[in-house]
Design a protein around this ligand. Structure first.
Ligand SMILES: [Zn+2]
Length: 241
């Protein structure tokens, strides 16, 4: 395998950055009785550089499924916090519980958000979990009850594990995955399913499934909405089937 493959930035990519960054909407002017409607901006394209490389490296090195070819990262977006109260709630939780980690989560994308380094507006489809998470962060109430560790929000340190949940409902050359700040706190580590839970075991803040009999790759479940915030959206090549 060519070891430099992961670090080749497509030539048209750098141009795309300038185009997108240069076309950011200007601050609307307010005059007399007319007040412009401000559309919140949730995403900012990360240009080539150390942040892009760091996240791309984490994606590549945590791709642990040897039976799935490791895809190339094409675009990375910073998810901008537009809700100060929400951000403060997460920071307060992180200060209290500690042990914050950067973990992966993927879900259903029903639009073409992020494709080709453009399309920065979230869609209005309530079934588009990706846009909903970016808009309001994760909500445990929307999670299924049937998870291995019960009703909670699931993340993994293994990008290829989370990528298994990335679904497009429209044609695209890319798939989406989220890198998240997750406050794991004191993790209850187990090799066994713990179905039916709605909270971690007493004295713990999360459940961490370790690779073993029930799981091939790690999976962590948090049960508090304030434990997690999405921080980066990554678009990677779909790859050949
Ligand atoms: Zn969407």
């Amino acid at each position: 395998m060519n070891g430099t493959r992961d670090w080749i930035i497509p030539e048209n990519w750098a141009n795309g950055v300038n185009t997108v960054e240069g076309s950011l909407p200007k601050r609307p002017t307010v005059s007399n009785n007319y007040k412009a409607t401000v559309v919140p901006q949730y995403l900012r394209l990360i240009p080539a550089g150390s942040i892009f490389n760091s996240i791309s490296y984490q994606f590549s090195t945590s791709w642990r499924h040897t039976d799935r070819p490791r895809p190339l990262v094409r675009y990375i977006y910073k998810i901008l916090s537009v809700n100060r109260a929400s951000e403060n709630a997460h920071r307060a939780y992180a200060d209290r519980i500690e042990n914050e980690q950067r973990l992966w989560h993927a879900t259903v994308r029903r639009c073409q958000l992020g494709d080709d380094g453009q399309g920065l507006q979230l869609c209005a489809d309530e079934q588009c979990s990706l846009c909903q998470i970016i808009r309001t962060s994760f909500k445990k109430k929307f999670s299924l009850d049937s998870g291995m560790f019960g009703k909670g929000i699931y993340v993994s340190s293994t990008s290829s594990k989370a990528a298994g949940y990335s679904q497009n409902s429209q044609p695209s050359n890319y798939k989406a995955i989220l890198l998240n700040n997750v406050v794991v706190g004191r993790a209850y580590e187990t090799n066994e399913p713990m179905q039916g839970r709605t909270a971690p075991p007493a004295g713990y803040d999360s459940v961490c499934g370790l690779p073993g009999t029930a799981l091939k790759f790690d999976e962590t479940c948090v049960y508090d909405d304030d434990a997690i915030r999405p921080t980066y959206l990554i678009l990677y090549d779909v790859g050949k089937p």
